[in-house]
Ligand binder design. Sequence first.
Ligand SMILES: [Cu+2]
Length: 138
Amino acid sequence: MKKLIIIASVTISVIIFAVIFSLQDTKTNQIDESKNQIEVYDVDIFMPTKSSRPGCEESNLCYIPSLVEINAGESVTWQNQDVAFHSVTSGTYENPDGLFDSGHLDPYQSFTLTFDNTGEYDYFCTLHPWMNGKVHVK
Ligand SMILES: [Cu+2]
């Protein structure tokens, strides 16, 4: 009788462990699947198609939106959704102020910047002088 109880408890333990491990496997698989997905950025501003041609500035649509308001300490992420290179460079085309520069962003490349200080931050594209936007940090 004692033997039977031991065998039964060992069997139950094995079953419990098997269930726990199979649950963990399921979890791991789910994480792996999400890793295989295309990286999705939390984009705040994007450069739309055809912003490499003059005209978007007439409706302030070279960077969309061309004006964003954030609080100090928050970040902004830009994504180039055009087929041409673009940049996010601080200042204006006539007066770059050297505060930040994304460099040339490939299509679908992103650039994230954290603004620690309040102020009005103008930026433009070094390749397309008509492209400009502003970040207002409160
Ligand atoms: Cu550009």
